[in-house]
Design a protein around this ligand. Sequence first.
Ligand code: MLT
Length: 256
Amino acid sequence: MRLFYEQTGSGKPLVLLHAFPLSGKMWKPQIAKLSEAGFGVITPDLRGFGESHNFSDLNSIEDMAKDIAGLLEDLEIEKAVFCGLSMGGYVLFNFFRLFPEKVSALIFCDTNFAADSEEKRKGRFELIEKIEKDGSKALIENMLPDLISEFTGENQPHLVIEIEKMFSDTTSQAAIAALRGMAERLDHTEILKKINVPTALIFGAEDKITNLETAEKMHALISNSRLYIIKNAGHYSNLEQPAQFNASLSEFLETL
Ligand code: MLT
């Protein structure tokens, strides 16, 4: 399907893939800095999210990756640097498996290469039932407290309100379709050793969803990878600590 996207700057293409249940808007604290650094920053809304309206019951992560390939084709971009946070990282693992020739560097943030455990899958289906009953309120009540760091909860009330607003902007149908897609996504453990492009791993020190243990496994198995840990940040490290996140991102991008 055709995705809605925003493009800022006209330099080397850099595609930023957003987390669940957000949209390309989550990259607002990064866009100006990256375009000033000479990148053409592309922020798509993955299928179902933001302005990329889609009315399926299940949106697979692999289809989301294929949508990105379609977008690159429309934009006549052969190769790009890709950055994905959480669900965006799941999409990026699929994208690299399917289209490795289109990737010049990878940035995985607060994400996981492994498929869902049975317990995690069960949790997703329980959350789907709650969303069917209470809409996006269920997402805010059941997900948000675990996503942000204690520091963010205590010191950044405006950011918490902003994230809640982004959650509310996501339709129940899109959230449910993506939860089903995440529950059935493939395991990408085998891909880690095959990654042959410069790779950065950026993780919030207090990320409870995709934790530092995952980051360290990725760091050990991906040759030519750099690990950046963002202090006082949880799962949404780019939103919670944008200055630290941007400094890590810039340091990595300067090495390319
Ligand atoms: C995300 O931030 O994209 C989600 O928390 C990912 C997940 O639920 O596995």
